[in-house]
Design a protein around this ligand. Structure first.
Ligand code: SER
Length: 342
């Protein structure tokens, strides 16, 4: 008998941390965690199994098919937008070939199980590409099918993998006689910038938000790499986890599309600075825009429209701007960096 599990790739990343803690707290989910890096000690007892390995290792993935019955895959592993620009071809391999390997694994699992494996795929606002700042400011809340001309390798990879998800869900081997039985149930979410109290992001371009906050809490000086007027949508990590779990649970019949925007609040770097400064008056924050990273953020929407997610699967964030900072981020980050007194 193969063991029934939920597979999480990129388990040691930011979303992985939040997702594993949440799934483990529900008690009845057995987690098979995969990451190219070692898994944080705190997460290990929460997982049934952890495998340190690469999603490009097809032998490893083959062994997983043989050993486990995987009912849902959360494919979180990815090289983010800034890091991807330093090694675009490597990023393409990890982000696209890696995803293809996981989609292939999901198809094999679906065949074995005689039911569609659910494939949860975090996509991103990086899938969008607005041509200039003026267009960005005039575009307002961007809908799923608008402005899909990404300027980064990461954005191109995310958008293309959404297409692959649609192909594997609806058209995989469409000329085969028994093609019906080979499909998977792909569900994509385009996340805004995510801010977690527990982890600091690495390699993203929306990182200035969380970085400002974490640096302020530790008392380290921080030079923000975008202009104060730069605006992006953001979300607190517990809401990102909630969105993934809620979409996973949604009945297929209620879903009218394969990829959904979700968001919570949209604000400028200046507004983040003001909130952070109020909570940590000693914070030493300056603005030193990095022209190329600025250009990437300028091509991403100032806000996104998540009406479809709200209508189809009842999406609604728990943390608006005020709650996110006042009740989640600031208290948790304060606690995280406070040295216990003896
Ligand atoms: N947070 C990601 C990045 O900055 C966007 O999805 O790359």
């Amino acid at each position: 008998m193969r063991k029934e599990v939920v597979l999480i790739t990129g388990a040691n990343g930011e979303i992985g941390h939040g997702l594993i803690k949440h799934l483990a707290s529900q008690g009845d989910t057995r987690i098979l965690a995969l990451d190219v890096m070692p898994l944080d000690e705190s997460l290990r007892p929460l997982c049934q199994t952890f495998i340190q390995g690469d999603i490009l290792d097809t032998m490893l993935l083959g062994r997983l098919v043989a050993e486990y019955e995987i009912r849902t895959i959360y494919h979180l592993a990815s090289i983010l937008s800034t890091k991807a620009e330093y090694q675009p071809e490597t990023a393409h391999r990890v982000n696209v070939e890696g995803t293809l390997n996981l989609l292939r694994l999901a198809v094999e699992q679906s065949q074995w199980q005689g039911r569609q494996v659910r494939f949860l795929y975090p996509s991103s606002i990086a899938a969008y590409g607005l041509p200039d700042l003026n267009t960005k400011m005039l575009a307002g809340k961007v809908k799923e099918n608008d402005w899909l001309q990404p300027t980064t390798m990461y954005g191109c990879n995310k958008l293309y993998c959404e297409h692959l998800g649609r192909y594997y869900s609806l058209y995989y081997r469409q000329l085969a006689v028994d093609c019906e039985t080979h499909t998977i149930d792909f569900r994509g979410i385009r996340f805004p910038g995510l801010i977690s109290a527990d982890t600091v992001p690495t390699g993203g371009t929306s990182d200035y938000g969380p970085e400002m906050l974490h640096h302020a809490a530790t008392g380290e000086p921080y030079a923000c790499f975008v202009r104060p007027d730069t605006q992006l949508p953001f979300m607190a990590m517990p809401d990102a986890v909630k969105a993934l779990l809620q979409l996973e649970q949604a009945p297929r019949e209620s879903l009218t599309q394969l990829v959904y925007n979700v968001t919570s609040f949209s604000l400028t770097a200046k507004q983040i600075h003001e909130i952070v400064k109020k909570a940590f008056p000693e914070a030493q924050i300056t603005f030193k825009p990095h022209l190329c990273r600025q250009a990437i953020v300028d091509s991403w929407p100032a806000d996104i429209d998540d009406t479809a997610a709200r209508n189809d699967w009842g999406w609604s964030p728990d943390y608006d701007l005020e709650r996110a900072f006042e009740e989640y981020l600031i208290p948790s980050i304060r606690k995280r960096y406070t040295v216990p007194s003896h």
